[in-house]
Design a protein around this ligand. Structure first.
Ligand SMILES: Cc1cc2nc3c(=O)[nH]c(=O)nc-3n(C[C@H](O)[C@H](O)[C@H](O)COP(=O)(O)OP(=O)(O)OC[C@H]3O[C@@H](n4cnc5c(N)ncnc54)[C@H](O)[C@@H]3O)c2cc1C
Length: 383
């Protein structure tokens, strides 16, 4: 197998992982990434179940485990910052055995280094015709396979498939870096009030903290490229709210980065059209509420390359992935409902549960039961 040329759009998670597997199967691979360099900042993500097998087969699981965030505990606080309860992070997040939590940027770097393929930064696909791809830079190229791994709002998907519905799950999420004035040390601190979730975590008192602001809302109209407008939306949603809302909003104005997006899912009706195939969030974004998007992108990359090598082709990729994807999307929808409790009563129940849980002799089994659907979804594929 020689000279088959693949172009992969997006060097996030799915893109570099797919580059790794296609290159090993003999494809000549080019990655194109719109950002001027690898986007190595960002938030922490979980890798669970079948996806940990993919990391092992890539030979990067041990290195990823070494970069685990090492979060010790999750602490729920009241409006004035007083502690309600703390629980071990691994227990609450349901991490088992080989599962890990890693900063998305660290994972991207690991995957990209392992893939070792040519990467064009600062460019993107502008047009796809029967014979050739045109880039925003004006360059052109010919490829046998085009993989759209350019995320939830994939441009490549739009070029090849037209508009694909993005399902709004009732809220907006954001994350940005702030100085760690609280001295947070391997801990995640969470505060909720009806329709609002505010959290902050840091990997040591000397490291910057990451804040997350999530709020319930109907779909809003805003310019996705206008960070100033997104900051205004956060100010409107969190000004005068509890815990450190106003301090974090003040820090937001100087934050070096901001991720802001709707809490939403993509479930592409088809994963491929001609020689263009969708991968990761571009095809099946389960939403950050699921904690499964990274895992789907990793498993998808593996299955895609495997099916192309073993005769299943692009149809085989969709056939193998679809049931696993559907399980994870269903799980994501369920989690999105609980992510931001809508009433004081629901928050009161949750707080009571957290306060009493740590004294419960069978707390591990109780949490396992609650998280069983997550483990089921994470392992709902044989690879
Ligand atoms: C706050 C937050 C927390 C999360 N927590 C978790 C978690 O705990 N567990 C989990 O599994 N997942 C989590 N996720 C989701 C996870 O980050 C994504 O599902 C995962 O990164 C998807 O990988 P991907 O490669 O499909 O897309 P991305 O990682 O989004 O990568 C897409 C890449 O494409 C690039 N790009 C975009 N447009 C273009 C273009 N036109 N041309 C070229 N390149 C382009 C982008 O710059 C980016 O590098 C979380 C997400 C958020 C926002």
């Amino acid at each position: 197998m020689t000279n088959r040329k693949a172009l992969i759009s997006g060097a996030g998670v799915g893109g570099p992982a797919c580059a790794f597997w296609l290159a090993r199967a003999g494809w000549e691979v080019t990655l194109v990434e719109r950002a001027p360099a690898l986007r190595t900042g960002g938030y922490k993500v979980d890798v669970r179940g079948a996806a940990t097998t993919v990391l092992k087969r890539m030979g990067v699981h041990a290195a990823a485990k070494q970069r685990d965030t090492g979060m010790r505990q999750v602490t729920y606080v009241r409006r004035d910052g007083r502690r309600i309860a703390s629980l071990p992070a691994d227990l609450l997040m349901g991490r088992r055995g080989d599962d890990l939590e890693i900063m998305r940027g660290d994972l991207t770097r690991l995957l990209h280094d392992a893939a070792g393929v040519a990467t064009v930064f600062g460019d993107s696909i502008a047009g796809i015709s029967d014979t050739c791809v045109t880039f925003a830079s004006g360059r052109t190229g010919e490829y046998d396979l085009i993989v759209a791994a350019d995320g939830l709002h994939s441009t490549t998907r739009r070029l090849a498939f037209g508009d694909t519905p993005i399902d709004h799950l009732g809220g907006y999420i954001s994350t940005f870096e702030v100085p760690n004035d609280l001295g947070i040390d391997h801990e995640e601190i969470m505060y909720t009030e009806p329709g609002r979730l505010l959290y902050a975590y840091a990997m040591g008192p000397g490291a910057p903290a990451r804040v997350g602001m999530t709020f319930a809302s109907e779909p809003l109209t805003y310019d996705r490229r206008d960070l100033g407008a997104q900051k205004q939306l956060l100010h409107r949603a969190f000004a005068g709210r509890g815990w450190r809302s106003d301090d974090f909003l003040a820090a937001l104005d100087d934050a070096p980065d901001l991720y802001f997006d709707s809490l939403s899912q993509v479930n592409a009706p088809r994963y491929s059209s001609g020689r263009v195939v969708l991968l990761g969030d571009a095809a099946y974004c389960p939403s950050p509420a699921s904690g499964q998007g990274t895992s789907l992108a990793l498993v998808g990359a593996y299955v895609l390359a495997d099916q192309l090598s073993n005769g299943g082709g692009l149809e085989g990729y969709e056939r193998v992935m679809r049931p696993y994807v559907e399980k994870n999307l269903a799980f994501g929808r369920r989690m999105a409902k609980d992510m931001v409790p809508s009433s004081r009563l629901a928050i009161g129940f949750r707080n009571y549960g957290m306060r009493t849980l740590r004294f419960h002799p069978r707390k591990e089994q109780m949490i396992d039961k609650v998280l069983a659907p997550m483990h089921e979804a994470a392992n709902a594929i044989a690879i």
